[in-house]
Ligand binder design. Structure first.
Ligand code: NAP
Length: 254
């Protein structure tokens, strides 16, 4: 079944992890995908993989914190694939961790720019392109951190990711009349390079797994399935949502 037949999608953070798995899944479901991240080589390899699986993909390397890159991604989707239906604004970093009194403004700014300002910039160019197609699905990757759990040391990450939920709600009401749905996806701990950044010792990994009701981390492919739900017509009446796909980390009490 091709859930995304004839759709065009932008996927940021596609060089590794959740974005990489989602790009492959969206392409397998029939979407033409524009894949974005800073690392060109990884994007080229991903495009090669998608092409070998019979899919259509184009890479564009750049920094999601830069407005010119957000604009270029949409232009590429429109010029080469004919429009834009789906944007999975997923690129993000954990960034500097530790107590706020020890955090520099430069460290704070890097996280907020990469995780939150990028979403504003992406939406700014993606929404008019979707409106031209008379509808679309905009998705931001947030997290349970800062929404259902206050994790020590993660102030910048939590604040930036919680900001995405506010942005989601406003954009959902502003663009609902244009048939554009806007949702935030909130993964639990996911086994990616970023997920391993925190779970970086056997003890830390066991701790992270145990936080979840399911007693494990997600695979990137599992989170990609949730992104597919939000991208496809399967979620046609879902907008403005903060959708947990978190293995029960938010409700688990151990
Ligand atoms: P990941 O494997 O480290 O992937 C992060 C992606 O973002 C990479 O493709 C990276 O590519 C890209 N990226 C980072 N900074 C960028 C920038 N300035 N410009 C362009 N691309 C940039 O992490 P992941 O776990 O898949 O994370 C994906 C999203 O899920 C993130 O927003 C993360 O916060 C969120 N999340 C992750 C978890 C988890 O446990 N893993 C849980 C909840 C939410 P380049 O380095 O090539 O630029």
């Amino acid at each position: 079944m091709n859930l995304l037949a004839n759709r065009v999608a932008i996927i940021t953070g596609a060089s590794t992890g959740i974005g990489h798995a989602t790009a492959r899944l969206f392409a397998r479901e029939g979407a033409a995908v524009v894949v974005a991240a800073r690392r060109q080589k990884e994007l080229d390899e991903l495009v090669g993989t998608i092409s070998s699986e019979g899919g259509r993909a184009l890479p564009l390397a750049g920094d999601v914190g830069e407005e010119s890159f957000a604009q270029a991604l949409v232009e590429l989707a429109v010029d080469r694939f004919g429009g834009l239906d789906i944007a999975f604004n997923n690129a993000g970093i954990l960034g500097a961790t530790g107590p706020v009194p020890q955090m520099s403004q430069t460290e704070w700014d890097e996280v907020v720019t990469t995780n939150l300002t990028s979403a504003f910039l992406g939406a700014k160019y993606q929404l008019p392109a979707m409106a031209a197609r008379k509808g679309g699905s905009l998705i931001f990757t947030s997290t349970f951190v800062g929404y259902t759990a206050g994790m020590p040391g993660m102030a910048a990450y939590a604040a930036s990711k919680a900001g995405l939920i506010g942005l989601t709600q406003v954009l959902a009401v502003e663009h609902g009349p244009q048939n554009i749905r806007v949702n935030a996806l909130l993964p639990g701990g996911t086994d990616t390079p970023a997920g391993r950044e925190f779970a970086n010792t056997p003890e830390a990994l066991a701790f992270v797994r145990n936080l979840h009701a399911l007693k494990r981390m997600a695979t990137p492919e599992e989170i990609a399935q949730s992104a597919l739900y939000l991208a496809s017509d399967a979620s046609s009446f879902t907008t403005g949502a903060a959708m947990l796909a978190d293995g029960g980390v938010s409700i688990n009490r151990v």
